[in-house]
Design a protein around this ligand. Structure first.
Ligand code: MN
Length: 434
């Protein structure tokens, strides 16, 4: 069988169920409008690669620019869905390759009413005035960039101008709640993204030697990911040696690593639109120094503690607080903070943030930092990262250890079990003994 996509797509049943669930959460008389993300220009006639709007992909499985989903919610959650596609023609086929036909779009999404985007304005003219509420895709993430107007925001503004009486609502909260809990089909995709992420890393780990460029390690990883049918890194990879292990979002990957350096890899492969996300911190020369070993062991103890308390029913902010309390003891043991620092506020010592300035866990899914409510309660079938770090800038030692876990009834499953975690396993892998 020939693949039409690089990845194995989720079956249309999933997208049908997802739209049913969304419809059941919205009042009758609602109109839902979700657009694809824009293709962003660079310079001259250049563009960035298209990156699909995660909510459109979540509701349709369609990974093509200029796509629009319209849903009309009738009584008792019944709904009529329409998919609008960029009309394909011979010229587009010659220059860019075939675009989706109406039939193939139906097969992917389970939506039978597929039309070309030329019908869009006519449909809006008849459906918007009838709708009691118009629900739009808005990115309300507190840390989103706001200096670029997204396609969804631009269309929202145009809609407001054309239909000033329409009651516009945001889908953000509802879709964030839905996406926090993963369906079995999504877990399978994330599992594959994580498998690729870990397997590719282990292959590369065996080839690292002092004198290698961070960019060379990035090239090796990219090859391992792409040959496993990932389309790209799920985020810009951080491959930081020496003092840059303490730079949280170092992405230039331009240095040569030295004999005694640690190298921090914060990397992930995407698969079928879903993200993997892992961090390992390894000794370039194959053996940790005594101080590097002590910091690594402390970070690993926090990692294990965090994993041991993550379970259904615990809310995220309380979890993060407990991890910081545990971290305080490790920082004390390393001589980085004092008992007096802890005594200032034992239930959440502020001194911890001197060496550990980010949070331990974020939800993972279609987005690397997946959308979720502000303080979610951990529950079955959520996927979270666990990524404590200790950053000692004055010593040039930064260690972060991250894996992705699926929340089970009474604990968690590590989705990247094959990447070495213990010092002995890291060193044995690098020595070619594991
Ligand atoms: Mn992460």
């Amino acid at each position: 069988m020939t693949h039409t996509l690089r990845y194995e797509p989720i079956s249309s049943d999933f997208y049908v169920r997802t739209r049913n669930r969304l419809a059941s959460r919205l009042p009758a008389g609602s109109l839902v409008i979700v657009h694809a993300n824009d293709v962003y220009p660079t310079n001259a006639d250049g563009t960035l690669a298209h990156h699909q709007n995660a909510n459109l992909f979540y509701l349709t499985g369609i990974d093509q620019e200029e796509t629009v989903l319209l849903m009309r919610i009738l009584e008792e959650g019944r709904h009529e869905d329409t998919l609008l596609l960029r009309e394909t023609n011979e010229r587009i086929a010659i220059w860019e390759g075939a675009r989706l036909s109406k039939e193939s779009a139906t097969k992917i999404s389970g939506i039978s009413d597929v039309r070309w985007t030329s019908e869009y304005n006519g449909l809006l003219a008849s459906w918007v005035p009838q709708a009691r509420e118009v629900w739009l895709e808005r990115d309300n993430h507190p840390r989103r960039l706001t200096y670029v107007q997204t396609r969804n925001e631009r269309m929202a503004a145009a809609l407001k101008a054309s239909y000033p009486d329409a009651c516009l609502k945001s889908l953000y909260e509802t879709l964030s709640e839905m996406r926090l809990v993963k369906e079995p089909e999504e877990i399978a995709q994330i599992r594959e993204a994580c498998r690729i992420t870990g397997e590719g890393f282990v292959k590369v780990l065996r080839q690292i030697t002092p004198g290698m460029g961070e960019w060379e390690m990035e090239a090796l990883l990219s090859a391992e990911y792409l040959r496993r049918r990932s389309r790209k890194f799920s985020f810009l990879p951080i491959i930081a040696s020496g003092k840059d292990t303490c730079v949280l979002h170092y992405i230039s990957n331009h240095k040569v690593c030295g004999e005694g350096d640690l190298v921090l890899f914060d990397i992930g492969a995407e698969y079928g639109g879903y993200a993997g996300d892992m961090t390992r911190t390894i000794p370039a020369g194959g053996t940790y120094s005594p101080r590097q070993r002590a910091v690594y062991e402390a970070c690993l103890a926090v990692h294990r503690y965090a994993r041991s308390i993550m379970r259904p029913g615990l809310d995220r902010l309380e979890y993060e607080r407990r991890v910081r309390v545990f971290m305080a003891q490790q920082l004390l043991g390393l001589g980085l903070i004092t008992q007096a620092d802890i005594d200032v506020k034992p239930e959440d010592p502020p001194a911890v943030r001197r060496y550990y300035m980010h949070s331990t866990s974020h939800s993972l899914g279609l987005d690397v930092h997946d959308v979720s409510p502000v303080n979610p309660v951990f529950a079955l079938n959520q996927v979270w990262t666990i990524e404590p770090g200790i950053y000692i800038a004055e010593e040039g030692i930064g260690v972060r250890i991250e894996t992705d876990v699926l929340i089970l009834e009474d604990g968690t499953e590590d989705l990247i079990p094959n990447a070495p975690l213990d010092i002995a396993d890291v060193e044995a892998t690098m020595a070619g003994k594991a």
